[in-house]
Design a protein around this ligand. Structure first.
Ligand code: TYD
Length: 137
C-alpha cells in the first residue's frame, strides 16, 4: 500500500506555437515508469463515476486531454481530490492507492498511461479489503 503523498502532479512540456500548442510524454522521463499500455475514457454520461478501485502493481498517470474531471485518491488513511483540467499536466498514482474519477465535464477525455498490460488480477475492487489490506498481493 502506498501513501497518497506519493501521488504527484507532473507538469508536461508545453511547446507553444501560433499554429497550436504541443505537449509530449516520454516514458521514464516525464513519467516515472515504462509505459506498457494506454487507454482512455470518453463519452461519460453526466454524473457517472469511473475507477473505484486500486491496483496491486500498476502505476499510472492520468491526463485530462480534453475537458475536466476530479480524481479522488485514498490510501486507507487519508483522502485527497485533484481536479484535472489541462492537457499539459497529469496525476501520477502509484500502485496501492484507491482512486475514483468523477465530475466529468461534457466531452471530457481522460487518458491513462499504465506501467502494466491489462490484468484483472491486479485490481482490488473491494474497498473494505483494500482498507484492511485483506487481499493477495
Ligand atoms: P475498469 O478498469 O474496471 O474501468 P473503470 O475503473 O473505469 O470502472 O475497466 C472496465 C472494463 O474494461 C473491464 O471489464 C475491463 C475492461 N478493460 C480492458 O479489457 N482492458 C483495459 O486495459 C482496461 C483498463 C479495462
Amino acid at each position: 500500500m502506498n501513501s497518497i503523498n506519493k501521488c504527484l502532479i507532473i507538469q508536461l512540456p508545453k511547446i507553444q506555437d501560433p499554429r497550436g500548442n504541443l505537449s509530449v510524454i516520454e516514458a521514464e522521463k516525464h513519467v516515472p515508469f515504462k509505459i506498457e499500455r494506454t487507454y482512455w475514457i470518453y463519452d461519460v454520461p453526466g454524473g457517472q463515476k469511473r475507477g473505484g478501485h486500486a491496483f496491486k502493481k500498476q502505476n499510472e498517470f492520468i491526463v485530462a486531454l480534453s475537458g475536466s474531471f476530479d480524481v479522488h485518491i485514498d490510501d486507507g488513511n487519508n483522502k485527497m481530490v485533484y481536479s484535472l483540467n489541462r492537457s499539459y499536466y497529469g496525476l501520477f498514482i502509484p500502485a496501492g492507492v484507491w482512486r475514483q474519477m468523477e465530475n466529468f465535464s461534457t466531452n471530457s477525455l481522460a487518458m491513462v498511461l499504465s506501467s502494466t498490460t491489462f490484468d484483472e488480477e491486479d485490481y482490488v475492487r473491494d474497498y473494505n479489503a483494500f482498507k484492511n489490506r485483506n487481499y493477495d498481493e
